[in-house]
Design a protein around this ligand. Structure first.
Ligand code: HEC
Length: 148
């Protein structure tokens, strides 16, 4: 009996130790959330654009579901090519290529309204494709945009 409880204590201690490295942020700084509630989180121009695109896509999704009119391609999305990032090193060939693909996917939503749902979901997939290479943090949130 004693041995068992000793083993248990060891396990608990060990598992606590194992958890420690998890406190280290794994995500890249570009995707980090504010560390402290008391410190203002300064969002980069790119991060702010991303949040805006998120909201825009949320609204678009609702309109598509309701078969409402969807208007025009939001031109501010094009700022993805120029907006300042938290870490400018992220603006590499991978980013540029995925940004191009993302804009193309988003434009299709407006130019081919017959397959609007499919194009919308392809647009969300294009967000995720870039995030898989750049920053995984927001992916779970982005997936919620998919129209089922
Ligand atoms: C071409 C690559 C790329 C595409 C496409 C892309 N993202 Fe991002 N996203 C990034 C990068 C890089 C950052 C980090 C920006 C920074 O911190 O400066 C980011 C950050 C974010 C963030 C976190 C912003 C914050 O609060 O710090 C969200 C949310 C996000 N993206 C959502 C989206 C959504 C939604 C889409 C599609 C509509 C999208 N992203 C498309 C690369 C991309």
């Amino acid at each position: 009996m004693k041995k068992v409880s000793l083993l248990l204590i060891c396990l608990v201690v060990l598992s606590c130790h194992k958890k420690e490295p998890k406190l280290e942020p794994k995500v890249k700084p570009a995707c980090e959330k504010p560390k402290s509630r008391f410190k203002m989180y300064e969002m980069s121009e790119m991060a702010a654009l991303m949040e805006q695109m998120y909201v825009d896509n949320q609204r678009l999704k609702e309109r598509i579901i309701k078969s409402d009119t969807i208007g025009k391609f939001p031109k501010h999305f094009l700022k993805i090519h120029t907006a300042k990032m938290t870490d400018e090193a992220d603006n590499d060939d991978f980013f540029k290529e995925k940004a191009e693909a993302y804009i193309k996917a988003q434009q299709l939503i407006y130019s081919d309204s017959e397959n609007v749902k499919q194009h919308f979901n392809d647009g969300v997939k294009a967000c995720i494709t870039c995030h898989e290479g750049k920053c995984g943090g927001p992916i779970a949130r982005i997936k919620k945009l998919y129209i089922q």
